[in-house]
Every structure is written in structure tokens, then in C-alpha cells.
Design a protein around this ligand. Structure first.
Ligand SMILES: Cc1cc2nc3c(=O)[nH]c(=O)nc-3n(C[C@H](O)[C@H](O)[C@H](O)COP(=O)(O)O)c2cc1C
Length: 237
């Protein structure tokens, strides 16, 4: 039987590119990966231009496929695959505070929290790579620097965006991140240099965050890792 892993993406930006690289590394080494993608995970992967890479890595013969939360109704039937002895591990990476809190308190009302809950009941090893373990510098998706966007009379980035993610109201350009796919074609078109991807912000985990992580660390069957690469190394041996 081919080796298979279920890899869940939640809506976290921290460790997101590293998580995509980790999935690609597993697939390159012959491991089938089913990607389980939360609704927020789908949006955030798209914003950073990473969704296509996950779909490419995880499309093929069963169980190499992508399961989107939006397709799964309220009972998440494809999460129950963990009972079939198909997966040697379930990985949640990146794991948002939202999903970590649900795992810690046994809440299973979303695709990824249900997958995690069922993996514990099926005694399949659950890896969690949380986003908020320490202070980090996070990179933002596309943003407008309002001090630079002063209104030009027309807006070449808004006129050229293939996703129609930018709108210009005659004064400032606005970004609809739910449409943006992070392609970046708009950035060099702004004569004022007001658009950028990767603007850095400092994220400091809250004390509640730390409590949640402590609780997860103490849960039998759960393995908390610092990075997706640590999980890949453990899986590949
Ligand atoms: C660009 C962007 C980046 C985000 N990064 C994080 C993050 O690193 N950690 C986190 O806990 N939430 C982050 N969020 C918020 C989550 O997406 C949000 O809480 C969502 O409800 C999580 O749902 P999920 O856990 O089902 O994926 C981010 C949101 C956006 C728009």
C-alpha cells in the first residue's frame, strides 16, 4: 500500500509557504497527500499565490486529492477517512489559533477541527504546527500604503488587475483580498509605489494562546512541532 498523509491547511499566514514546501517534499518522495483546506485556508493560500501549488501537488490518483471545506457540508464526510487505515499521520500546518483552540477543547465544527478530532478517535498520529508560539514577523498579503496613494487621475494597477481585486474610487485604490491571488502584476504599475506584498508586521501571541498550546501539548496522540519541515523529517525518517 502506498504511504499516505492527510495535510490540513488552516487560514494562517505564518509558516504557510513552508507548509506548502513540506507537502511538495512529501509528494516528491512518493507519499500521497490529501490536502484538507479550511474555508479561511483557501482564502489565505490564494492571497499569497500558493493555492495552485497545493492543488498541483495533491491532485492525482486517490487518495491524492484536495478536500475543500466549502464542498463538505456540515458533517465533513471525507474527514472520516481517517478510520480506513489510509493515513499514517494527520498534519495540521499551519494551525491557526482558532483551530488550535478547537482541538484543545474537543470542538469539531469545521473541516479541520473534525479531521483532528476524528484522527484522535481513530488513533492516527496528529501533528500540529501552530502559528502563534512566539513573537514573529509576519508578512502581509497585498496592501496599499495610503500615504503614497494620493490619486493620480487614473489607476493603472486597478485597470490591469486580472482578478478585478483592485478598485479605484477617484481618490484611493482599494484591495479586495478575497479576489486577490497574489500575482503581483499591479505592483510595478503604480507610479507612486503604493502597493506591496510582504509588508512586515509583528505578531505577539496572547496569554490565552499560550494556555491553548500547553493544553494541546499535554494531549495524548498529539505531537506539536515547531515547523512543517520537522514533521516531514519525522514522517520520512
Ligand atoms: C492574511 C491573513 C493571515 C492570517 N494569519 C493568521 C495566523 O497566522 N494565525 C492565526 O491564528 N490566524 C490568522 N488569520 C486569521 C484566520 O484566518 C481566521 O481566524 C480564521 O477564522 C481561521 O479559520 P480556520 O482555523 O478554520 O482556518 C489570518 C487571516 C488573514 C486574512
Amino acid at each position: 500500500m502506498r504511504r499516505a498523509v492527510a495535510w490540513a491547511f488552516t487560514g494562517g499566514a505564518h509558516l504557510l509557504p513552508e507548509s506548502v514546501e513540506a507537502v511538495e517534499a512529501l509528494v516528491d518522495r512518493g507519499v500521497c497527500v490529501t490536502a484538507y483546506i479550511s474555508a479561511a485556508g483557501e482564502e489565505v493560500l490564494r492571497m499569497y499565490g500558493l493555492l495552485d501549488r497545493v492543488v498541483r501537488a495533491c491532485s492525482g490518483d486517490y487518495p491524492r486529492e484536495v478536500v475543500f471545506e466549502r464542498d463538505e457540508g456540515k458533517s465533513f464526510p471525507r474527514a472520516a477517512r481517517v478510520f480506513r487505515g489510509l493515513y499514517e499521520a494527520v498534519v495540521v500546518s499551519p494551525a491557526t489559533q482558532n483551530t488550535c483552540a478547537k482541538i484543545a477543547y474537543g470542538i469539531a465544527d469545521s473541516l479541520v477541527s473534525t479531521l483532528a478530532s476524528l484522527s484522535l478517535k481513530a488513533r492516527v498520529r496528529l501533528w500540529v504546527v501552530p502559528t502563534d508560539v512566539k513573537e514573529v514577523v509576519a508578512k502581509m498579503p497585498l496592501t496599499v500604503d495610503r500615504s503614497l496613494c494620493t490619486g493620480c487621475g487614473s489607476c493603472p494597477p486597478a485597470e490591469s488587475c486580472p482578478q478585478e481585486a483592485l478598485s479605484w474610487d477617484g481618490e484611493v485604490v482599494r484591495v479586495n483580498l478575497l479576489k486577490c491571488n497574489g500575482c503581483g502584476v499591479c505592483i510595478p504599475l503604480c507610479p507612486k509605489g503604493s502597493l506591496s506584498i510582504g509588508r512586515e508586521v509583528v505578531v505577539k501571541p496572547s496569554s490565552l494562546n499560550m494556555e491553548i498550546l500547553e493544553k494541546i501539548r499535554d494531549m495524548p496522540g498529539v505531537w506539536v512541532a515547531k515547523s512543517p519541515n520537522e514533521v516531514v523529517k519525522a514522517i520520512l525518517g
